[in-house]
Design a protein around this ligand. Structure first.
Ligand code: SF4
Length: 275
């Protein structure tokens, strides 16, 4: 009986399969050397104030949609978590030397005073983790990620929502770069719900309610371009051997997780300090 069971059992060992995520792909695009230090050498990265602020907001809004925090409690809960992460630990947010901590805090506080979605939208999923394997022309890749929010409108159409801590996009090119992540989620949604979303929506949490939702129609053709980008980037990573640094002043100073470990960056040899 046991032998028969073992014969019928299908086991796929995925232990050594490399998993890719949107941030892993974009890290490589930003700077291959950062990718090398982080993903290959396992260097623990440094936190940054922007990511810290984003985490406070993301975790709180997820707790709200999961029912852990009520709408009524949101403003005070935001105040408490911000205080813990910034004021108690002496962190500040700086953009080219300018302290924007208070402004950022006020923007988020305004968001948590009214987090409602556009009329008629109903939340189906919040912070949904996924893992998928894609195969295309003999190449296969494993992708993982977390979908911020999936909503349904009054017509039953699906909307992918990405909560963003950014206060806007510099231009259309930057918006298109960020849209790639929403197209990636769309592939997961088709598998899970049997259809693509109708709309892709950025929830720019730091903007006033009337400017907060940036909504784009889903286009299947655009999605295929993203699929091509995913396969090309993973292929580039697998074939990479130079891992050249791509220094960029703002990114190296403020965002790169490896800014204190990288000998090509401006902060190498500087003591890591909590701002
Ligand atoms: S500090 Fe700059 S050059 Fe160094 S890994 Fe980071 S982004 Fe690349």
């Amino acid at each position: 009986m046991l032998d028969r069971f073992v014969d019928d059992l299908v086991v796929v060992d995925l232990t050594n399969e490399e998993r890719f995520s949107f941030s892993k792909l974009t890290t490589y695009e930003n700077c291959p050397y950062e990718w090398l230090l982080h993903y290959k050498f396992g260097e623990r990265g440094s936190d940054n104030a922007f990511a810290r602020a984003g985490s406070v907001a993301h975790e709180l809004i997820d707790d709200y949609w999961r029912g852990k925090v009520s709408e009524f409690e949101l403003p005070q809960e935001f105040e408490n978590r911000w205080q813990e992460q910034f004021e108690d630990e002496g962190w500040s947010i700086r953009v080219f030397g300018r302290d924007v901590t208070e402004k950022t805090k006020n923007d988020f506080a305004n968001y948590f005073s009214d987090v409602s979605l556009p009329d008629g939208w109903k939340v189906l999923e919040s912070e949904k983790q996924y893992t998928m394997i894609f195969k295309h022309k003999g190449e296969s890749i494993m992708l993982t990620g977390i979908l911020d929010l999936l909503a349904e409108d009054e017509n039953g159409d699906l909307i992918v929502i990405d909560n963003k801590s950014k206060a806007g996009f510099k231009n259309d090119a930057e918006k298109s770069e960020y849209l790639r992540q929403l197209y990636l989620y769309s592939l997961f949604i088709r598998e899970r719900f049997g259809k693509f979303p109708k709309k892709l929506c950025f929830n720019l949490m730091r903007l006033p309610k009337n400017k907060r939702f940036v909504i784009e129609e889903f286009e299947e053709e655009a999605m295929w371009e993203i699929v091509k980008w995913i396969f090309k980037t993973t292929k580039d990573i697998k074939g990479e051997f130079l891992w050249e640094p791509k220094p960029n002043n703002f990114y190296c100073h403020s965002l790169c997780g490896q800014r204190y470990n990288c000998r090509f960056g401006p902060l190498y040899n500087e003591e890591e300090e909590d701002e």
